[in-house]
Ligand binder design. Structure first.
Ligand SMILES: Cc1cc2nc3c(=O)[nH]c(=O)nc-3n(C[C@H](O)[C@H](O)[C@H](O)COP(=O)(O)O)c2cc1C
Length: 239
């Protein structure tokens, strides 16, 4: 994007229309078509996503784009490692407190139940659930897999910045007709990723992301999850 375009003043009405459409249309997709995605298109998405805000403009993101043979090799190895011992895989940072408390546990369980119903794998089906996690490590068949790392020496605050960056990628992708699934589960594969992508222990794996054209015939890509209403999470404080 050139500087003049970046500085151009927005028409608020049409900008709100498009941005709102993209934000509300984006949902996580967990099944993709084999329609190819060009490197130029990925670069285009990243070239706008890089305008994400970050604390004092520190820009803590580092991104690896996996396509073609590299994607095949790394996803095959990730599935093999997972099959060999799912319990041995530990994330680089804690995902949730154990046990997860309310009201988050109810939302978590509701989501897991909805996803299980959509893919036809009840929570009691341990084998089915393992097969389902394998799909995560194949980037849900998306032709592009993204891996995100961050300097381990940074603090928790940089995760906020990272979230802004990831959302920018997801919205830029959606606006171009592509879909995504952010995947913190890839943090479990940090040893493999460190070896394959040749980054040192100073970098931690924050997340991965599937990127491609969604297969919208799949039930799991049509879940319509409930979102809290504004008044359920907001206090307007006037006095
Ligand atoms: C930081 C982050 C990490 C996520 N990690 C995973 C993941 O590992 N696997 C997965 O299937 N979905 C993952 N998701 C997707 C969430 O499950 C999804 O955003 C949530 O259920 C809400 O659904 P929606 O994105 O369709 O609104 C992640 C989302 C975020 C923002």
């Amino acid at each position: 994007m050139n500087a003049s375009l970046q500085q151009a003043s927005l028409d608020p009405a049409s900008a709100a229309h498009f941005v709102d459409q993209v934000m509300t249309a984006r949902t996580a997709k967990r099944g993709f078509l084999d329609t190819p995605v060009s490197i130029e298109l990925v670069r285009d998405i990243l070239s706008v996503a890089r305008y994400a805000p970050s604390s004092s403009n520190t820009q803590p993101w580092q991104c690896y784009v996996l396509v073609g043979e590299a994607r095949e090799r790394i996803t095959s190895k990730a599935v093999d490692i997972f099959r060999a011992g799912p319990e041995k895989l530990q994330p680089e940072y804690p995902f949730f407190p154990q046990p997860l408390h309310e009201p988050f546990a109810a939302r978590f369980n509701c989501f897991r139940g909805r996803l299980g119903d959509a893919v036809g794998v009840p929570r009691s089906d341990k084998y089915g659930r393992l097969k389902d996690v394998e799909r995560q490590f194949r980037f849900f068949e998306a032709p592009v897999g993204l891996i995100f790392t961050m300097d381990r020496g940074l603090e928790l605050a940089s995760f906020i910045c990272y979230g802004c960056f990831l959302q920018n990628i997801m919205l830029a992708a959606k606006a171009r007709g592509l879909d995504t699934c952010a995947q913190q589960i890839w943090s479990l594969q940090h040893a493999l990723l460190r070896e394959e992508l040749k980054f040192d222990d100073g970098q931690m794996v924050v997340a991965g992301m599937s990127l491609g054209y969604a297969n919208n015939a799949l039930a799991e890509n049509n879940m319509c999850l409930e979102k809290l209403l504004v008044d359920e999470f907001t206090m307007f404080v006037e006095q």
